[in-house]
Write a protein that binds this ligand. Structure first.
Ligand code: PMP
Length: 401
């Protein structure tokens, strides 16, 4: 593994030549050249589909495709490749758990405990399955600063709680709840824990085995991989007990007009031709990431966010929603609408996001109708921070009274 070198890291991202100051990596990360190459090569150099054909090219592709599954299993310390299901992203992964694990099991009056800090992807699937089954979604409130309040968890877990849905890291505040503690309480109460890792995996891939996570969902695109590919980790015995969701080719062993016999896991959940270029690109991203000291890279990003936060804090009306020294900096200015500010920042070539970040209940709890969010990645620089501050100053001149 190489020491983290910001200039060398940055040089691998061709999109930075056009992207101006890209501070929107929490929406999606840019792609390094090895990921672009690997995805393109699937179309330019390989032939065939996976898990279907006997000729050599298709067999090789199948081996690469399954090797990528093993790489994901190693990344998060899954006990076996069978515990890794390919999906389109974190959203699909959580919906899969809601529809295939929760829906057949939930009874009217059962409870699904969902933290108030969740992204809509870890909230709406639970509201949907609650509607379908008569179960109830119960709120695990956030603290005053927006972190899921684990202290309240044991009081909220009841004999009816079947599921706890919790994010590893907020895509707004960057807050990380104490997962180990939360999982301990939930398991003691007999609930299964679904962890949304879409934001967290970028900053710290978990050891799902050590943490005893039941289901873990993430997307490739935030981890420098392609869009349209994601992962659901599920403990083997839980996946084994789940029916398939989508029906079609390659998820069945036998089909007749009398019915069908699903494949063993994980293929039971992977109907149809999969996103082969996405899987291969994600695998290239993981190989590429393993060459760099990402813990050091993470500290570097946190340092940039701190610099930006400290500089912005000297501007009147600034308010930060950043937690735990994260590399995400959600902020606003009193009396200035986030949509006005982000429009002016965009005109200055600063790419960042403003709004509710698909976390409306969290923003409501924080008492704001939207924030700006600068999210720093290891390809960002101190110059990016300076340009952000200059652009904010210009915007404040126009928007301030
Ligand atoms: N959870 C969190 C915390 C996220 O930040 C996101 C993406 N913004 C998602 C879930 C959903 O991920 P995707 O859109 O890739 O499915």
């Amino acid at each position: 593994m190489n020491a983290f070198n910001p200039a060398r890291f940055r040089a691998q991202f061709p999109a930075l030549n056009d992207a101006g100051v890209y501070l929107d990596s929490a929406a999606t990360a840019l792609k390094p050249q090895p990921v672009i190459d690997a995805s393109q090569q699937i179309y330019s150099l390989s032939a065939g589909n996976v898990h279907r054909s006997q000729y050599q090219a298709a067999q090789q592709l199948t081996s690469r495709y399954e090797a990528a599954r093993s790489a994901v299993a190693r990344l998060i310390h899954a006990a076996s490749d069978r515990e890794i299901v390919w999906t389109r992203g974190a959203t699909e992964s959580i919906n899969l758990v809601a529809q295939c694990y929760a829906r057949p099991r939930l009874q009217p009056g059962d409870e699904i405990l969902v933290s108030e800090a969740e992204h809509h992807a870890n909230m709406v699937p639970w509201l949907m399955v609650a509607q379908q089954t008569g179960a109830r979604v119960v709120k695990l409130p956030v603290t005053a600063v927006g972190l899921p309040d684990i202290d309240q968890l044991s009081a909220l877990l009841t004999p009816r709680t079947r599921i706890l849905a919790l994010g590893q890291m907020s895509n707004v505040t960057g807050g990380r709840p104490d997962l180990a503690r939360a999982i301990g309480y939930a398991h003691a109460a007999g609930a299964v824990v679904v962890v949304d890792g879409a934001q967290g995996i970028v900053h710290c891939p978990p050891d799902v085995h050590e943490l005893n996570i039941d289901f873990y969902a993430f997307s490739g695109h935030k981890l420098y991989g392609p869009t349209g590919i994601g992962v659901l980790y599920g403990r083997e015995e839980l996946l084994e007990a789940m029916p398939p969701w989508l029906g079609g080719g390659k998820m069945v062993e036998k089909v007749s007009f009398d019915g069908f016999t699903p494949q063993p896991i994980p293929h039971r959940f992977e109907a149809g031709t999969p996103n082969i270029a996405g899987v291969t690109g994600l695998s290239a991203a993981l190989a590429w990431l393993s060459e760099t000291d990402m813990a050091e890279a993470e500290r570097y990003c946190q340092g940039l966010a701190t610099l930006a936060e400290e500089a912005l804090a000297r501007r009147p009306g600034f308010r930060s929603f950043r937690l735990q020294d994260s590399s995400l900096l959600a902020f606003d200015f009193a009396g200035i609408h986030h949509a006005d500010m982000v429009t002016l920042l965009a005109q200055s070539g600063i790419a960042l996001r403003a709004g509710q970040h698909c976390a409306q209940p969290l923003l409501a709890a924080l008492g704001v109708n939207g924030t700006l969010r600068a999210s720093f990645a290891p390809y960002n620089t101190r110059e990016d921070v300076d340009k952000l501050i200059d652009a904010v100053d210009r915007a404040l001149e126009i928007l301030g009274d």
